[in-house]
Design a protein around this ligand. Structure first.
Ligand code: FAD
Ligand code: NAD
Length: 461
């Protein structure tokens, strides 16, 4: 029976990063993964393929509708969906192969099969080559899957989840998206840019729940202008295929007929069938494994859990941070993740990015704050590149000036937010940001100006 210091179950961004860090720290590490390709949801059917399609579809939209404004004439712009998909698949396989290379470099043993914890310190690998492993420590990083919705009959083709929406063989004439969350907006935008009529049905009276409301409201306006139709306050009760067409039913509304349906109402943790019931590993009501936040240890000593299968934001970089902290904790080092400094980005165009507290959260907890806003329309670089929509919003403590939250909607917001995350991580004040020299002309100057605005002294507005 092979013996390892650490057996990781799942090779997503949580699991593979933890495995690499633990190997760097001298542990003899194994990773059990049932998919042939390493990298998890993120690399295979999540972050990476969606961003490849977002980029490609945006180029198509630019060529069709916006290059002429720049004096660049292009005629006969055509969509070659098969090539777009092939490129996406190539990006995915080059990255998943890269993880296999990193495993070899770090001498991590890879087992192909389904991992199940049969006892503390024992993992069975089920599959074509079953084997039992012993481990001083076990790390569960089994991630998540799309949540079903009662009445919505997923057929894995016309009615499907994000996985199908990353590979439609044709541009649907009418796509109905259920859920105006991150997946619904990103993949809704991809297909709208490629020519679909996209209707987004959302149960709540707003899009992007959890995001700062002011920014989400602006996002809705901009995306509507791009052609997305939002129908808010819609409770979807069913969806099925009838005579080759999809029919979506909502409470109190006429049924909607469409060509494809994307169900995107959240994700559920993969915590069934991995042996947790038998060992009595504690989980919360929604099935997420409960952990000690200072060690990532579950209720059973020697068994740890990170990433999408534990409570918190379901983000690849959050899973990675936890993977590193957990491996370092196992090696007796500092084990800490600052959840206040984990950014979130929605890769629509413009991008929407945020870190720290929203204005609603500050109001709800009675924290006094000052707010600085700077619109991109007053930023020179934004004008030069023709991307003037959106704004930067900084929320700082009213007494200490410490930066508590930064919210950006605008071109490259996902890259700009890194400065704000660093500011929050270092406990910076808005004055610190305002005093930092930002190169001219850059979009980042809008962050400096928003920091000035906290103190009511913007220069360029
Ligand atoms: P996962 O990536 O889900 O990996 C878990 C792995 O465990 C999988 O490979 C699975 O096959 C394996 N596994 C499960 N059970 C077993 C078992 N019993 N035995 C062996 N192996 C097992 N996040 C971002 O931060 N940015 C984005 O842009 C982004 N875009 C996304 C787009 C889409 C369409 C989706 C669906 C998600 C996106 N996410 C994004 C979320 C991100 O993919 C997840 O937060 C991240 O993958 C979680 O990492 P993880 O390691 O916890 O789990
Ligand atoms: P989500 O939680 O972001 O959004 C789900 C939406 O569906 C919510 O707005 C919710 O109100 C709505 N909804 C729920 N039930 C409904 C119903 N019956 N009818 C209509 N609407 C309903 O979930 P998601 O978009 O599926 O994404 C899942 C996870 O994947 C998220 O946690 C996200 O963090 C992660 N993800 C991240 C990125 C990124 O970081 N760019 C991209 C994609 C996915």
């Amino acid at each position: 029976m092979p013996e390892h210091d650490l057996v990781v179950i799942g090779a997503g961004p949580g699991g593979y990063v933890a495995a690499i860090r633990a190997a760097q720290l001298g542990m003899n590490v194994a990773c059990v993964e049932f998919e042939n390709a390493l990298g998890g949801t993120c690399l295979r059917i999540g972050c990476i393929p969606s961003k490849a399609l977002l980029e490609a579809s945006e180029l198509y939209r630019m060529a069709q509708h916006h290059l002429a404004e720049f004096g660049v004439g292009v005629e006969g712009v055509k969509l070659d969906l098969a090539t777009m998909m092939k490129r996406k698949d190539g990006v995915v396989s080059s990255l998943t192969n890269g993880i296999a290379g990193l495993f070899r470099k770090n001498k991590i043993t890879r087992y192909l099969g389904r991992g199940r914890i049969v006892a503390p310190g024992k993992v069975a690998v089920e599959g074509t080559q079953p084997i039992e492993l012993t481990a001083k420590k076990i790390l569960i990083a089994t991630g998540s899957r799309s949540a079903p919705l009662k009445g919505v009959e997923i057929d894995g083709s016309l009615i499907g989840t994000s996985t199908e929406a990353l590979a439609y063989p044709e541009v649907p004439k009418h796509l109905v998206v259920i859920g105006a969350g991150v997946i619904g907006l990103e993949l809704g935008c991809v297909w709208a840019r490629l020519g679909s009529k996209v209707t987004v049905l959302e149960y709540l009276d707003r899009i992007l729940p959890g995001m700062d409301t002011e920014i989400a409201t602006e996002a809705q306006k901009i995306l509507q202008k791009q052609g997305l139709e939002f129908r808010l306050g819609m409770r979807v009760t069913g969806a099925r295929v009838v005579n080759g067409k999809c029919v979506v039913e909502c409470d109190g509304q006429a049924p909607i007929e469409c060509d494809r349906v994307l169900l995107a109402v959240g994700r559920l943790p993969n915590t069934d069938d991995i042996g947790l019931e038998k060992l009595n590993v504690a989980r919360n009501q929604r099935g997420f494994i409960t952990i000690d936040p200072h060690s990532f240890e579950t209720s059973i000593p020697g068994i740890y859990a990170i990433g999408d299968c534990v409570p918190g934001a379901m983000l690849a970089h959050k899973a990675e941070e936890e993977g590193i902290a957990c491996a370092e904790g196992m090696a007796g080092k500092y084990c800490h993740v600052n959840y206040d400094a984990i950014p979130g980005v929605v890769y629509t165009d413009p991008e929407i990015a945020s870190v720290g507290k929203t204005e609603e959260q500050l109001k709800d907890s009675g924290i006094p704050y000052r707010k600085g806003i700077f619109p991109f329309i007053a930023n020179g670089r934004a004008k030069a590149i023709g991307r003037t929509e959106g704004r930067v919003k900084i929320l700082a403590h009213a007494e200490t000036d410490r930066v508590l939250g930064v919210h950006i909607i605008g071109a490259h917001a996902g890259d700009l937010i890194a400065e704000a995350a660093a500011a929050i991580e270092f406990g910076a004040s808005s004055e610190d940001i305002a005093r930092t020299s930002h190169a001219h002309p850059t979009l980042a100057e809008a962050i400096k100006e928003a920091a000035f605005a906290v103190d009511g002294r913007t220069i360029h507005l």
